[in-house]
Design a protein around this ligand. Structure first.
Ligand code: ADP
Ligand code: NI
Length: 202
């Protein structure tokens, strides 16, 4: 993740770990080692970041085994990583996440919203050549996974309406819901300001 240029660098990983740690305080029943392991690794076998996900998965399995994790622990980490992504929810193919996975998913989604979320969306969109804004291009609803990954007619501002503003209501845990409220307002304020300035309002 150290060389990532899409907003998924190691700084993202460290924030997700920090947020997962924070949320975990409210859930003593969650297995802390599994939560933090999944938080650190959640993006390393992701389709959008690695070309060969099968090879990457084999490498991660071996690594976790070398660290002394048992097969059931490794399977749980993979269950989380394989099913926490947003695009899985679009396809309806996501398996239910264990509590540890719900915490990591919330932590990842918190890092996609608020001030950090705004900067990551702009960074991601710039990397993939999206326009920032085009009032003629309306936000899409009811996207399939393939449509979600097709960026031909995507704009960064539309990504807020298509995904980022919806994340608040998708949070699993109460702790994350609380943090999401403020971050949501930061995005709404940004969008209102952006459009006012776009229209050259004085
Ligand atoms: P997940 O991490 O749940 O699989 P994604 O890979 O779809 O979710 O997105 C991760 C982050 O990348 C988003 O929260 C956003 O910051 C950025 N991103 C994804 N798609 C776009 C897009 N079309 N435009 C701008 N940013 C995007
Ligand atoms: Ni992530």
């Amino acid at each position: 993740m150290g060389n990532d240029e899409t907003g998924h660098g190691f700084d993202h990983i460290q924030r997700v770990v920090g947020l997962a740690d924070h949320i975990s305080q409210s859930y003593p029943k969650a297995d802390y080692v599994l939560t933090i392991t999944a938080a650190y690794l959640h993006d390393v076998i992701d389709e959008k970041l690695v070309a060969d996900t099968v090879a990457a998965s084999a490498e991660v399995r071996q690594f976790l085994s070398d660290q002394g994790l048992t097969i059931p622990q490794i399977d749980t980490v993979f269950l989380i990583m394989d099913n926490m992504s947003y695009h899985k929810t679009l396809d309806g193919t996501a398996k239910p996440l264990p509590l540890e996975g719900q915490i990591v998913q919330d932590a990842d989604r918190l890092d996609a919203i608020g001030a950090i979320g705004i900067s990551r969306a702009i960074y991601f969109g710039g990397h993939f050549g999206e326009k920032i804004y085009d009032p003629a291009v309306k936000p899409r609803t009811e996207m399939t996974h393939a449509e979600y990954r097709n960026l031909d007619n995507e704009t960064i501002i539309n990504h807020f309406y298509e995904k980022l503003l919806t994340l608040k209501d998708l949070m699993n845990t109460e702790a994350a819901k609380r943090l999401a409220e403020h971050r949501q307002q930061v995005m709404l304020d940004f969008l209102a300001e952006y459009k006012a300035e776009w229209n050259a309002e004085a």
